[in-house]
Write a protein that binds this ligand. Structure first.
Ligand code: HSE
Length: 426
């Protein structure tokens, strides 16, 4: 039976989960895959993690050189995160001809061109299923399952932390900051939550997924990104009354004008399949020209779900003699003839505070009319005691720049304050 030696760089949550799956399923993989997968080396500074997993001392390496020069190591699993040491160690492994399996979305998003070049040069594999949407096999789906298709669009909830926060705000009417604190105490959100709540994590994943879906490099810099830090429970409640649910969406589309890629909070109709993806769950909704709609749903994070993606990559690498690389020119930047759409089209939800007096609605409607923005729904929500009223309106689809011009005009005329602007996705 073929024996394949594995090294794991980092025994945090995901590294520990990966180790446990490999240890507990070893006999199962021998039977079902005809391969013996053995962890022969680990690189981890924290002794408590090594001891908690009961890893024998002879398998603990003291530096990366020891790992990559070990002839028993065939596959190196990088689960350290970041793009400093992780990039260096992954390059060391590839340059030594070792296949690499990584869960590092920032590394794959920013450096896949460099890593893939090193992998090809040394006939090594480079696999990254765990970098996007944890245990949900979205990368394999894009690389294999739906290759028959032109993918026209992809829409997903690909960050569990923000989905947990928005679900709690929706169901309990709690504030963003209160739910964030709770998410941090439960271990969903990091002590520094910026990567999740400002949409960076989702944007790294969207860059990887849209590059694979559209067969061209979609750099991180081309992704429009807005996080959830300014979302209020009032807007979620008003949206709910109008039949909407607020989600942090990652959207990738092939349009006649070019590729459109964006991450931002958006209202979707409560009947949309993504509206029922709650808590820390993730989902991706794809549309292909032959297959039509496909939706994948599952856990986007966690030791065992992410470990599942890593070990599936290990099994693929261990049981295939040919490596599989990307289906596009994997450079640092997009090719010159590829266009990206920044002035995209969307419907919008706006919340305004206005003086509650005659002629106010007409003035606001005139500003929108001038920008050729058609209003779908307008509701005066309440009369406050101070002579002000809250207006909630939803526009038909318009261009982002037209909407921003209308918002600036309203502010400059002093007829209303625009308290919130959120996109509405149909
Ligand atoms: N922090 C991510 C999330 C998981 O909340 O979805 C790892 O990508």
């Amino acid at each position: 039976m073929k024996k394949v030696g594995i090294a794991i760089l980092g025994l945090g949550v995901v590294g520990g989960g990966t180790y446990e799956i490999l240890r507990d399923h070893r006999e199962f993989y021998k039977k079902t895959q005809d391969v013996d997968l053995e962890v022969v080396s680990v690189l981890e500074l924290r002794r408590d993690r090594i001891e908690a997993l009961g890893i024998p001392e002879e398998n603990v390496a003291s530096n990366i050189a020891e790992v990559v020069s070990n002839p028993d190591v065939n596959i190196v699993v990088e689960v350290m995160g970041g793009v400093g040491k992780a990039r260096e160690f992954v390059l060391d492994a590839l340059n030594a001809g070792k296949t690499v399996v990584t869960s590092n979305k920032e590394l794959v998003c920013k450096y896949s061109h460099e890593l893939e070049r090193a992998a090809k040069r040394h006939n090594a594999g480079l696999y990254f299923e765990a970098s996007c949407v944890g245990g949900v096999p979205i990368i394999r789906t894009l690389l294999d399952g739906v290759q028959a298709n032109h993918i026209s669009s992809m829409m997903g909830i690909i960050n569990g932390t923000t989905n947990y926060i928005l679900t709690k705000m929706t169901n309990d009417g709690a504030s963003y900051l209160d739910v964030l604190k709770e998410a941090q105490s439960l271990g969903y959100a990091e002590a520094d939550p910026t990567a999740d709540v400002e949409g960076f994590d989702a944007a790294y994943k969207l860059s990887i997924l849209s590059s694979l879906a559209f067969h061209t490099k979609v750099p991180f810099s081309k992704i429009f990104r807005e996080g959830i830090t300014t979302v209020t429970q009032d807007d979620i409640a008003y949206g709910k009354e109008l039949g909407y649910c607020l989600k942090l969406l990652a959207i990738g589309k092939q349009t006649e004008e070019g590729i459109e890629v964006r991450v931002h909070p958006a209202f979707i109709k409560k009947e949309h399949p993504l509206a029922s993806v709650n808590d820390s769950f993730n989902a991706v909704y794809l549309t292909g020209d032959a297959v039509d709609d496909v939706m994948l749903y599952g856990r986007g994070a966690g030791a065992l779900p992410t470990g599942s993606a890593i070990v599936s990559d290990i099994i693929y690498a261990a049981t295939h003699s040919e490596n599989k690389y990307s289906t596009f020119k994997n450079n640092a930047t997009a090719e010159k003839d590829v266009k990206f759409v920044s002035n995209f089209k969307s419907a919008y939800y706006l919340r305004l505070t206005v003086n509650d007096e005659a002629g106010m609605l007409a003035k606001i409607a005139a500003v929108f009319g001038k920008q050729d923005i058609s209003i779908q729904e307008m509701v005066q929500k309440e009369n406050a005691q101070d002579g002000k009223a809250t207006l909630v309106l939803v526009t038909h689809a318009t261009r982002e720049l037209s909407l921003r011009s209308a918002v600036s005009k309203i502010a400059s005329l002093g007829i209303a304050t625009v308290d919130s602007v959120l996109r509405v996705v149909s």
